[in-house]
Design a protein around this ligand. Structure first.
Ligand code: AP5
Ligand code: ZN
Length: 217
């Protein structure tokens, strides 16, 4: 399956993507995670992305699209993928369509996670991420690790993302409404969108998502 996951910052895209990718045996491709990995490795791409991410703004399209396409070119994405955080504006959506068309493939669905803004703010404020693996995500109240500050999965140190402060979250939400929400209509015109509520326990949302994706097949 080839799926795009959309939803506001803090909706639970990364959390759900980890389970969905496993259930569907496809790679989870997060442009946010790819940027953060480049920043921690000190690459040129990471240097280009850092100031935009720190401000909660979108990284320029020419940097982002090239990185996403390079990742999609890798062998494990040949038969399917779950894209998380890409595309994030209509220009990127059109670039992805062109990439897929040039490979003779198409998306199977766009899963839209709906969460009220006050819940998103609470989820982001309590988020803690593992330094070893950004797929290991916790919440201090909702899904706390057994030992404070320590990843349950690998024992790594948990930290708070630098773009998770209230003023940056406000900007990220504005950017989402302005730049990213319009791609939902873009994909609705292609009849690809399935919208689900992302409220409730993590496992409940995963079940809802799996059912919606299979209905949309
Ligand atoms: P990115 O990393 O993609 O961030 P985001 O879209 O803002 O999304 P988040 O990672 O904040 O949230 P999420 O929906 O994954 O939620 P999570 O599962 O962690 O992008 C960061 C930056 O990179 C951008 O601002 C931009 O600068 C740049 N960038 C990335 N892609 C780009 C692109 N295509 N173009 C340009 N720039 C780009 O969950 C949040 C919290 O809630 C966690 O603590 C979790 O434990 C908790 N939680 C999850 N589900 C539940 C639940 N059901 N119940 C209770 N708690 C829950
Ligand atoms: Zn970990």
């Amino acid at each position: 399956m080839r799926i795009v996951l959309v939803g506001p910052p803090g909706a639970g895209k990364g959390t759900q993507a980890a389970f969905l990718a496993k259930n569907l045996s496809i790679p989870h491709i997060s442009t946010g995670d790819l940027f953060r990995a480049n920043i921690s490795q000190g690459t040129d791409l990471g240097k280009k992305a850092k100031s935009f991410m720190d401000a909660g703004d979108l990284v320029p399209d020419e940097v982002t699209i090239g990185m996403a396409e390079d990742r999609l070119d890798q062998a494990d994405a040949a038969d399917g993928f779950l894209l998380d955080g890409f595309p994030r504006n209509e220009f990127q959506a059109r670039a992805l369509d062109a990439y897929l068309a040039s490979h003779g493939i198409a998306l199977d669905g766009v899963l839209d996670l709906e969460v009220p803004e006050d819940e998103v703010v609470k989820r982001i404020a309590g988020r803690r991420v593992c330094r070893n693996d950004s797929a290991h995500v916790f919440h201090v109240d909702y899904t706390p690790p057994a030992v404070e500050g320590v990843c349950d999965t690998c024992g790594g140190e948990l930290y708070q993302r630098s773009d998770d402060t209230p003023d940056k979250v406000r900007n990220r939400l504005e950017v989402y409404h302005r730049e990213t929400e319009p791609i939902i209509d873009y994909y609705k015109q292609q009849n690809l969108v399935v919208t689900i509520s992302a409220l409730g326990a993590v496992a409940e949302v995963t079940q809802r998502a799996m059912a919606a994706l299979h209905r949309g097949e």
